[in-house]
Design a protein around this ligand. Structure first.
Ligand SMILES: Nc1ncnc2c1ncn2[C@@H]1O[C@H](COP(=O)(O)OP(=O)(O)OP(=O)(O)O)[C@@H](O)[C@H]1O
Length: 304
């Protein structure tokens, strides 16, 4: 397995407070790694350390196999781009001028890639429009374009959809997927919204109180979130009786609805209900919420 980023016992202490505590993380090459935790869990702290903006108190991390204590880590860091907290853009400049500015900062001699980057993030037609007149989503995409200057193959995004409207969220999601699939860019994306990450992440790391609670891949997460049938019927009492008879596991919800787990033979169930004058009025497959998985993971306090 090839890892872009690993951390080993990484600890960051501010006075008596450990924002990160013996933190172990593994970001595989090619992954979209969803880094999930509530506000204050330590996500930004990890990102700041990995970006070299702060030094760890203890422990270490590797970037492309180079330890943070090795000289070569600075070269490895050039393969990485980041948008930490809000994207740092110059509001009085246009999108193109902002990217050109980043090229200058990086000491890149030619501006050949600028137009291509604008196209990649869907900002080609913004012309002379100043960044201050951009929507939040456009600014976020510009931030990603700036992070892509220098052609990194690892992008770190801190809460990239925070504050965006639904359309903005979709655009960022599609951009991330395109960069991952078509440009082989590995992503580390922090968020406190698991549901949003679940639309794109291939791997997850759950952080709580500075600890890595669990690392899991998307298939494992899907298996852990049980699927069920959500039924609505005209008589919930009859439904409960019939489900008991059929030895099916279920939860009765309000207004004649129930979630039924396991393999349900819908025809048999409908016939049995019909025999007792109970009708199914709606039926759909339902994912037990990712959020409830998250809550049980955090609430359970398992520190694997
Ligand atoms: N410079 C600092 N000095 C003291 N405490 C800090 C400092 N930076 C962060 N902390 C604390 O460390 C903890 C983790 O903060 P961090 O910003 O990493 O959390 P986060 O998971 O990114 O949360 P959010 O989603 O709110 O950004 C918080 O309790 C925060 O108050």
């Amino acid at each position: 397995m090839e890892y872009v980023l690993t951390t080993n016992g990484l600890t960051k202490q501010y006075r008596n407070f450990k924002a990160l505590h013996d933190f172990n993380m593994h970001v595989e090459k090619g992954a979209i790694y969803g880094f999930v935790g509530k506000n204050g869990a330590g996500k930004t702290t990890l990102i700041r350390l990995v970006c070299g903006l702060q030094e760890p108190t203890r422990g270490e991390y590797t970037l492309y196999g180079k330890k943070n204590t090795q000289h070569e880590v600075s070269r490895a860091r050039r393969r990485m781009g980041a948008v930490v907290e809000t994207p740092s853009v110059y509001m009085e400049l246009t999108a193109e001028e902002n990217i050109r500015e980043q090229y200058r900062v990086l000491g890149l001699p030619v501006f050949d890639g600028v137009k291509e980057l604008l196209k990649l993030v869907g900002l080609s037609d913004t012309g002379n429009k100043k960044t201050k007149n951009f929507s939040l989503g456009m600014r976020q995409r510009l931030g990603i374009a700036i992070a892509l200057a220098g052609d990194p193959d690892f992008l770190v995004l801190d809460e990239p959809v925070n504050g965006l409207d639904p359309q903005g969220i979709i655009e960022i999601r599609e951009l991330i997927l395109k960069l991952n699939r078509e440009h082989q860019i590995t992503f580390l994306i922090s968020s406190h919204i698991l549901d949003e990450l679940s639309k794109l992440a291939t791997h997850y790391g759950f952080i709580d109180n500075g600890h890595m609670v669990k690392e899991i891949n998307a298939q494992e997460l899907e298996a852990a979130c049980r699927k069920c049938m959500r039924l609505k019927v005209t008589d919930a009492a009859v439904l409960a009786r019939v489900l008991d008879r059929m030895a099916l596991e279920y939860t009765i919800l309000e207004e004649g609805q129930a979630d039924v787990f396991g393999n349900v033979n819908i025809t048999k169930l409908a016939v049995a209900l019909d025999a007792e004058q109970c009708e199914i009025t709606s039926l759909r497959e339902h994912d037990e919420s990712l959020e409830s998985y998250y809550v049980s993971l955090m609430g359970g306090g398992s520190h694997e």
